[in-house]
Design a protein around this ligand. Sequence first.
Ligand code: ARG
Ligand code: GLU
Length: 736
Amino acid sequence: MRKFLFPVLISFLLPFTALAGEGMWLPFLLGQLNEADMQSLGMKMSAEDIYSVNKGSLKDAIVHFNGGCSSSIISPQGLLLTNHHCGYSAIQTHSTLQNNYLQDGFWAMKQSDELKNENLVATFIERIEDVTKDILKGVTDKMTTKERQDKTSQNIEAFKKAYAKKKYEDILIKPFFKGNQYILFVTITYKDVRLVGAPPSAIGKFGADTDNWEWPRHTGDFSIFRIYADKNNLPAKYSPDNQPLKPKHFLPVSLDGVETGDFTLIYGFPGRTNEYLPSFAVKQVQDVIDPARIEIREHALKILDKAMRNDPNIRLQYSSKYARIANYWKKWIGERSGLIRTHAVEKKQKMEVQFAERLAAKPALNQKYGELLADMDYKYQEIELLAVYREYFHELFFRHIEIFKPANSLRRFFAKANDENYKELAPDTKKSLERFYKDYQPTVDRDVFKSLMQLYTDNVCTAYFPNILLEDRFLEGYDMEQLATEFYDNSIMTQPKKLLKLIDEKKIDEIKNDPVYRLFMDIVDAYSTRLNPEYQALKAPIDSMQRQYMAALMEVLPEKKFYPDANGTMRVTYGQVEGYLPKDGVQYLPKTYLDGVIAKYVPGDYEFDLPQHLLDLYAAKDYGQYAENGRLPVNFLGSNHTTGGNSGSAVIDAYGNLIGLNFDRVWEGTMSDMNYDRTICRNIMVDIRYVMWIMDKYAGAKRLVDEIQFVHPKAGMKSKKPWKNKTTKKRRKRKW
Ligand code: ARG
Ligand code: GLU
């Protein structure tokens, strides 16, 4: 019997088995699930060193940066390291034509130069607990989706009320494994986070869109902030009296560099993944959803690109919008081809066949789950077109056709405003409109409107059209030029001065009669009364079945280690430094050097220009302690399972020291959000020595470099339990 069972088990497990690399693990479960695996990959720490509630651990240096990015603490004075693209809007806000920090970089040469940022927050995780029992109390299998939702929301509210937390703490409860598990995070959010340093974009964003999602890469994608606290070291709003945070832990910086095969641990806050989709759902993304998104964005990008090439002012206004659209456009192309290349659908199908075989052997389970996949498949077919139309609505009306943005702000303003508060609320709306119009070109947007409305009327079912477009006069079809003339050319939304004046004069009816405003209201109506309710009516049962499928997988495969999908909460992922084979006959090495930066240099180019000072330092080979055999390392690759949100994550070595900063993935492997494949999924990191070199040699920010505790773990001088290290001048000066 045994002999027979063993191979069956193995073959069944294969598609599931997490090869090192795959998985975004909850830090408080590492001891149970991953410690041995991590140590077999070379890790010298224990799980308790990474996450502990009882004593200091690496966790205490890991920070959620403004809710969307990751970051870490790198000095005893609360210095925080994240990506340039994560600090971008803070850097931009402080930039003027005279002091263009985006272009020239920024370095606070003394503490009083550090710049405060309104609304920028940094969140630590105090502790993590499994609260599933409390949250699912009274929930039964018989409940409808709605009943289940209501019950869990009630339980969450009750739990939060009863939970003993300190005044400065927050509590966050999130569903895991599709709602089969609930985890509590106790957090502390600091509200005084100041900008300390940023390289020029020519370093921090070197290669821009051309290199985005690509290897070989040469970007110094980092920026530096500092957290400030009140006199009790607790969170406080900005005050000149606040002091630099004294962190519970900070990461020492290893100067030993990385080699192929070195253990890497990424500690951060991945945003969203979907690893347990059934085969037909993956196929839908691959063949229907991604192609629709890609096509829409291609149309928008083509128009922006042409306009930007012809006019430097438009280029200035649109380059960051272009980058934002292009980022996920390129990601989806990579995702789609990666799914095809790694046979993701077939892989999931095979797994489903085996799932069914296992069920068949267990009547009770079969009774419970036997029909699940077939039912889900049917629902996915039903929802397919609605899902595509929904993409159209979101992409077109809330993103690419810009004229709807002022219409939307006004819609929200009018919904809130009344006779009493109008005057009070108006300035905020006006401010946001002014910000919008600063970078708005009606001629460009008009072309986007024409191009995308054509795509929309060609592809979306008329049942979900805004009413205006269903008027009889359109029976013969739509002439885009005529549509643009009717809506655009007569709209006050393209005339900011007039619009702002109408707001001042409180001429609400006049605004509400505007053709674009009316069209937008019709769009919102079509979405919220027709498309979205129909979509949600199918999505709710799909979500419920997905939850059951997740539970079924875990029940049918008790021997397998599952990790929950990313949901913006703190995770650990680990792997190794390694290259990959991007295509037949080509091998990518995992490390790049400053020589490669220089080789890409195109003077005056907006993506590949370089600052003269960097060229001079290169010519002088002035690399100081950051060199590796006479060369300066820049970026490296690893097999760590990351996603959006992991930007700015600390990359930690086997001993708990900082070796890099995560900032991207290779586009061939972006399907890791649904199907991680160790052969081609790679994350891209900045080598910490490049970061330190820029701070030290390029910027001359000695004051900051002096805060860093440098270590040489590979020389046998590995940091002890890192949190026990005290930074002293003597220690830092020591020759290793
Ligand atoms: N692809 C990286 C991340 O998703 C970097 C994006 C910022 N850089 C850029 N060139 N757009 O989100
Ligand atoms: N650049 C991404 C971010 O901002 C990380 C890249 C990825 O998606 O892995 O989070």
